[in-house]
Design a protein around this ligand. Structure first.
Ligand SMILES: Cc1ncc(COP(=O)(O)O)c(C=O)c1O
Length: 488
């Protein structure tokens, strides 16, 4: 409700929200009048008696409001000059926040970006039950400042889980819980000095972060056997994705695994094993982690971002014993700890076997999708090829001759969001033309329509040019008469 009073011949309108209570309403009305300049520095306010009369409130209420706003620095109060608007240290300027685009803007209709699981599979019931259990049973002392390296219950559960599921040789003391893999990598980069190698292709954010932290970064090629170990030079550390190279989807061959470990021993280097989706292998039993072969050489990194949900921001490192003090020293000033309640909830889920059951459900669904994608590509896009092993949450779809930016634009026009392979290369010219398809990302009901829309665009059935461009397209057409073209 708007109130007003006469002040030196001027009417001041105060929108006092009486629903908040008279005192709070008057306080807020005066604050906003000062902020928006209707009351200027030096302006004298009515006496508490006069204002109380005018507004029909108790004088004590106005006195309290004046005292509060004086304490906050909005007003000054002197014996003979009364209550005035306080001078401002400097004129208030409106700070305009430049527009920033979110890292993961929501997809229009069909989200086929890599890196996300089907979030509709989040085990809500189990998470809720585990949260109830944890809150009902955790001692008050657990609600204090926890161990920066992670809650002991989760570190114990993880040491056991990683041993049986990924063949790790580790102990709770060697586990460090982090707020996601990126955080884990940041801690490593702060502990390691010198030069760090990254696969090329990879997610560009990781080498970029290492560089920002002052490390020298090298980029190492990847072929069908995974990281080209011979390309390593004098790196102090190297980051690899041995189970399922991101994004190419190949595994590090047994010989390369041996070569890599031999290189690390010879040069006293550290291997960072990013096992981001190691739980998902569909054609055979998952290959055990590299860490199991050399626990003193390998820092193993895992995350729940693919198995449960990125929103949890929970990842972990299994660290060689001799590196634990250096990484703990970094954590001392880090403060990006994971909420202890969530850590205990995850520990409970692991301990009860709920995580294993959830993973079994996910594997069935993702495997069906990967198979389906393979079949549809073979049927609809004879010129295309899926590469990489049947694993994880994404597949590479090679589209020889495709013009990537134009293709992505046409996909976006159909509501399909996905990524070009070139996004992951240091030099886009090194990338084969094609797309990285995050087939796990859409919820189940959207998977078939998403794939149908993807195929329609890639086959040129969307009323636009075929993605296979130029001279090559002509060659492809004559070589493969089965490729469907849009009628002209
Ligand atoms: C190669 C790779 N490693 C690790 C991660 C996990 O990252 P985070 O735990 O920070 O969500 C991702 C996520 O997309 C990834 O692509």
């Amino acid at each position: 409700m708007a109130e007003q009073w006469a002040r030196s011949g001027l009417d001041l309108h105060l929108g006092i929200d009486r629903a908040r209570g008279l005192r709070a309403g008057l306080e807020e009305a005066l604050r906003s009048a000062v902020r928006d300049g209707r009351l200027a520095p030096g302006d004298r306010l009515p006496s508490s008696r006069a204002l109380a009369q005018e507004l029909g409130v108790a004088r004590g209420t106005v006195t309290q409001v004046y005292e509060q706003l004086t304490a906050e620095g909005y007003l000054t109060s002197r014996a003979r000059s009364g209550v005035r608007i306080a001078p401002r240290p400097r004129p208030e300027t409106t700070v305009s926040v430049p527009a920033v685009s979110p890292c993961w803007p929501p997809a229009d209709r069909f989200d086929l970006r890599s890196g996300l699981p089907d979030l509709s599979m989040f085990p809500r019931r189990e998470w809720l039950a585990a949260t109830r259990h944890v809150l009902g049973s955790m001692p008050n002392t657990d609600l204090g400042y926890g161990d920066p390296a992670g809650d002991p219950t989760l570190r114990t559960a993880l040491a056991d889980y990683l041993g049986r599921s990924r063949g790790l040789r580790t102990s709770p003391e060697q586990i460090i819980v982090c707020a996601g893999y990126t955080h884990a990598l940041r801690i490593i980069c702060q502990a390691v000095r010198g030069t760090i190698g990254f696969e090329d292709p990879t997610r560009q954010d990781y080498p970029a972060m290492a560089e920002r932290l002052g490390l020298t970064v090298t980029r190492l090629p990847v072929d069908e056997d995974g990281l080209v170990v011979d390309a390593l030079t004098g790196e102090n550390a190297v980051v690899v994705t041995p189970a399922h190279q991101f994004p190419l989807g190949v595994t590090l061959s047994p010989q390369r695994r041996r070569d890599l470990l031999a290189w690390a021993c010879r040069t006293d280097a550290v291997i960072v094993e990013d096992d981001y989706d190691g739980e998902f292998r569909y054609d055979r039993q998952p290959v055990g982690a590299l860490q199991g072969l050399a626990p003193e050489r390998v820092i193993y990194a895992g995350t729940v971002s693919k198995t449960i949900a990125p929103a949890l921001r929970i990842a972990w490192l299994a660290v060689p014993g001799h590196l634990v003090p250096a990484l703990r020293a970094v954590l001392r000033y880090d403060e990006a700890y994971v909420n202890v309640i969530d850590q205990q909830v995850l520990a409970h889920l692991i301990g009860r076997g709920d995580l294993d059951r959830h993973l079994r459900r996910c594997r069935v669904r993702y495997r069906q999708r990967r198979d389906r994608l393979g079949r549809v590509v073979a049927e609809r896009l004879p010129h295309a090829r899926l590469s990489g092993i049947s694993a994880g949450l994404h597949a590479m779809m090679h589209l020889p001759g495709a013009a990537e930016p134009e293709l992505l634009g046409r996909l976006a026009a159909r509501g399909v969001v996905t990524e070009g392979i070139s996004l992951f290369y240091r030099d886009a010219r090194d990338a084969p033309p094609g797309l990285v398809i995050g087939y796990a990302t859409p919820p189940q009901h959207a998977f078939e329509p998403a794939i149908a829309a993807l195929m329609a665009v890639c086959a040129g059935d969307d009323g636009a040019e075929s993605p296979v461009s130029g001279r090559r397209r002509g060659a492809e057409r004559s070589a493969r008469p089965g490729v469907r073209r849009r009628p002209r």
